[in-house]
Design a protein around this ligand. Structure first.
Ligand code: SDX
Length: 441
């Protein structure tokens, strides 16, 4: 299989890579350089039709065809269903790596040596506690507050505990905040779960591995020491690997955009979590379960599909801006689900989901729109079988994605080309007009 770089043809006639543009308004011709399959938007500014003309911009709602940065972190080939973190196929990482090792890979660019991994695990483990005032802060939330709202509010509040985080140009500060955020996300997430149940918070048990410690903070009751089930611990570790990064998705764009103003990484991470909260993004796994529960029975799937095709609603967990084929993560999640269902019992919603997938993949409406199951279609079914309440699902997405957000934020800060994000607009408002007194309106 060709790599993405090999697939790109290079000219052999020495003309180099350029785009010739003729402005038919003026008859002028322009040669625009092509770099890495892109044309820099600034090269269009020279194309003017009249004196005082600002010059051409490119208009791209939702940035559907706009590269905002050069990144070496994650490569996604939507046509071929390929996902690689720093060049490593997601399938190999899900099978052979751990979440913390994958987080190291995303942040530092290479798989760690044994000693580097040992130090990384120690550093993360060392920072799992939160300041006691965080508990007091969280007690202010309603008993039934949505855990994702509590998580993003508490992460933003962390910025007030670490004023040194404002030193975003200091690599040492970036490293310590990176460790703190990766380490504290499970602690805060578990606190939101315990808060909703009126249960006492469980402190981190640093004898346990990252995901086992998370399960302990969630589910430990009166036993002296929580013993995580290895099957469940591995299933969550794999799910965390799959959710760790996904190039320039909506929440990563928020992380980069907020971070581009030199805001501290806690505030930027809270903004990213807020973007992830949306049902079109990380909130989709919650919407999938609600959709499956609303369908209620596999025999009612055809009726629901008809409802979607009439434009009355979305098939949640289907479709993707990049993947126009099967999301490779969904395939791995389906395999991971088998191990969980064997231990916890199958989730009755799985039968409905499989029937929904079967029908949708044969239906012209979804085929012509290249709509396939994405990462959220099956993840919720596993999380529910693991015993998580539906409103915890976006929180379970945010924990591992914090590693990806931080890797992207660090890359943006270190990129000499990057500057504060400030898009232009096409103004379609009223022509200049003058104020009229209230009596005259
Ligand atoms: C994630 O970007 C990432 O990488 C995100 C993510 C990550 O790891 O960070 O992968 C995680 O967010 C996965 C996506 C989870 N969201 C959902 O499952 C929500 C349902 N999906 C849709 O909302 C939609 O598919 C999006 C938002 C995911 C993508 O939307 P696009 O790329 O803007 O596509 P579109 O809205 O232009 O859709 C193209 C057509 C439209 O129909 P027409 O107007 O051409 O007739 O497909 C239709 C859409 O109406 N369509 C759907 C559909 N998704 C798109 N129709 C029914 N059900 C759907 N799910």
């Amino acid at each position: 299989m060709q790599t993405h770089r090999e697939a790109r043809p290079t000219r052999t006639d020495g003309r180099g890579e350029t785009l010739t543009v003729v402005d038919n308004r003026t008859g002028k011709t322009y040669e625009l350089p092509i770099e890495d399959g892109t044309v820099r938007a600034k090269h269009f500014r020279q194309i003017r039709a009249y004196e005082g003309d600002f010059g051409l911009m490119v208009y791209d709602p939702g940035f559907a065809n706009t590269a905002s940065c050069r990144s070496a972190i994650t490569h996604v080939d939507g046509e071929r269903g390929i996902l690689e973190y720093r060049g490593y196929p997601i399938e190999e990482l899900a099978e052979k790596s751990s979440f913390l090792e994958t987080a190291y890979l995303l942040i530092h660019g290479d798989l760690p040596t044994k000693s580097q991994l040992g130090q990384w695990v120690h550093d993360i483990t060392f920072h799992t506690y939160v300041h006691e005032n965080v508990k007091k802060f969280m007690e202010g939330f309603q008993y039934d507050a949505h855990p994702m709202g509590m998580l993003l509010g508490t992460v933003a509040a962390l910025s007030t505990f670490y004023p040194d985080a404002k030193q975003v140009s200091d690599p040492r500060s970036r490293d310590i905040q990176t460790q703190r955020l990766i380490a504290k996300m499970p602690t805060i997430a578990a606190f939101t779960y315990r808060h909703n149940r009126g249960l006492p918070y469980v402190y981190p048990d640093n004898d346990l591995w990252y995901t086992g410690n998370f399960l302990s903070m969630l589910w430990k009751m009166s036993e002296p020491k929580y013993a995580p089930d290895p099957v469940l611990e591995r299933a969550i570790d794999v799910l965390f690997i799959l959710h760790a990064d996904h190039e320039q998705n909506c929440s990563t764009n928020a992380m980069r955009s907020v971070g581009s103003s030199d805001a501290d990484p806690y505030s930027a991470t809270a903004a990213a979590a807020a973007a992830l909260y949306g049902p079109l993004h990380g909130g989709a796994n919650e919407a999938v379960i609600k959709m499956l529960m609303e369908i209620g029975d596999k025999n009612r799937v055809p009726q629901f599909v008809k409802h979607v095709k009439s434009g009355e609603g979305l098939l949640w967990g289907f479709g993707h801006r990049i993947y126009k084929s099967y999301d490779p993560r969904a395939k791995i999640i389906k395999k991971t689900a088998d191990a969980v269902f064997e231990l916890m019992g199958a989730n009755p919603l799985l039968e409905i989901a499989l029937e929904l997938e079967r029908i949708a993949l044969e239906d012209e409406y979804f085929i012509e729109r290249k709509l396939y199951p994405n990462v959220d279609f099956y993840s919720g079914i596993i999380y529910q079988a693991l015993g998580f309440p539906v409103d915890m699902f976006p929180v379970l997405f945010a924990i591992p994605r914090t590693a990806g957000w931080l890797a992207q934020w660090r890359e943006m800060i270190e990129d000499p080309e990057q500057k504060i994000a400030r898009p232009r607009q096409v103004f379609v408002g009223p022509e200049r007009r003058h104020y009229t007194a209230l009596v005259d309106r």
